[in-house]
Design a protein around this ligand. Sequence first.
Ligand code: GLN
Length: 534
Amino acid sequence: MSTTKYIFVTGGVTSSLGKGIISASLAKLLQARGYSVTIQKLDPYINIDPGTLNPYEHGECYVTEDGAETDLDLGHYERFINLPTTQANNVTTGRIYQTVINKERRGDYLGKTVQVIPHITDEIKRNIKLLGKKFNYDVVITEIGGTVGDIESLPYIEAVRQLKWELGPQNSLFVHLTLVPYLSASGELKTKPTQHSVKVMLENGIQPDVLVLRTEHPLNTEIRKKVALFCNVNMESVIQSIDVSTIYEVPLLMKEEKLDITVLQKLNLPVNEEPKLDKWKQFISRLKNPKKEITIGLVGKYVELQDSYKSIMESLIHAGSVNQCKVNIKSIHSEKINEDNIAETLKGIQGIIVAPGFGQRGVEGKIAAVKYVRENNIPFLGICLGMQCAVIEFARNVLGLKDADSSEMSRTTTNPVIDLMEEQKGVTEKGGTMRLGAYPCDIKKGSKVFEVYNQEHIQERHRHRYEFNNDYLDRFEKAGMKPVGHNPDTGLVEIMEIPEHRWFIGVQFHPEYKSTVVNPHPLFVNFVKEISKD
Ligand code: GLN
């Protein structure tokens, strides 16, 4: 029998309570106590993965080493526990149904009627257990997306209810996250929504073992007692999760509340030495005590929703802490800028990042921003489409190829300096068909980017269909924009830089997916360091 213990995290009352952060914080604490742990997200929507979703729907699409397009919570998991996740760490209803339907078509069900119970719930259970079995983790934390009571969450709730009994006592545990609202008119914290939410869990046959209460004000003993009494848990199992200025403080708050100890005791696991959190604490102390302050512009077309560029924002926080520098991020909508207003828009901004993206909308604004920072020696980091815009701008304004473009934006350009990758030419389906996941890249010694990484061979994650067109390589090199990173197998250009410029680097990959608290990404760290010299 497997010795892996399972923790199921559910949410009630409302969405956006921070289940992902609580799951990641608990994982961090268990890991800091020496346990091997991973976190999985079950998403109740029908898309096979979020790769086809507009960022306005669910925020950024995160990409794992093995090339899975996943929910952005997996980014939090990696940033907190500093371990790569995989395709198995994110499962959607769409994927569950797809597997079951494929099995039905193969005839695997031997003439049986295929139903939500047991076939869908069995497939959910199989996916949960898969992680523990495959990698032999001590603890698997499974976060169930959505809010209890939602129709679409029901099969998941039923599956974990069954799992609890199959796994036997002390092998699994339910953590339920709710909200304790504060009514300012009466100056009171209200527990009723929590009671109702636990009632919904009970109707589904689940008694939560631990309640994490999100609140804007501290919970006094009376409130904790009340929740314990009405929700059938002991006082130690009522955990306060108060609003904090940075998500990275949550593990320390959860430690104060002894969430890790309560969980370990309930799972009958030894509560050994104090968690090792020195690096984490140092990170927070540097973050909260900055000696400098800078402002970076983030140019993108989804800037209204902060979650669209989550990993970039978090990478800048990591880099800020390393440099003990407060990084203000000014979002700049790429559709609202042009050559006429760019100088005004970038006033007070010391460096820009041009964000990844797809399609024509907003591209000309991004190109105008690149032109301005290139000509004015302002630090620039271009990510994926951001790098492609830098290439197009250089071709148009330095090489004099006036109609230069990406063939993604213009099919008729006579100068497709960014072109569809060879392997993409026959691809018609949209889902999961980009160049995805980690690929190696060789860095040219003596380049700026070599100085940044201090490494010749790197691995970075990708998510794109278009690439630099190598027919133009010589012209770019001669004019001063240098390809300084290549895929060793295919020769694809992965990094471009302008050595004459103060700091001008474009990368075809996404460095933001690999920046973590204990391992901040060198590109962001160096970018912030350069700007903080101002
Ligand atoms: N649309 C571009 C491509 O597919 C860039 C993608 C991105 O920025 N992630 O190549």
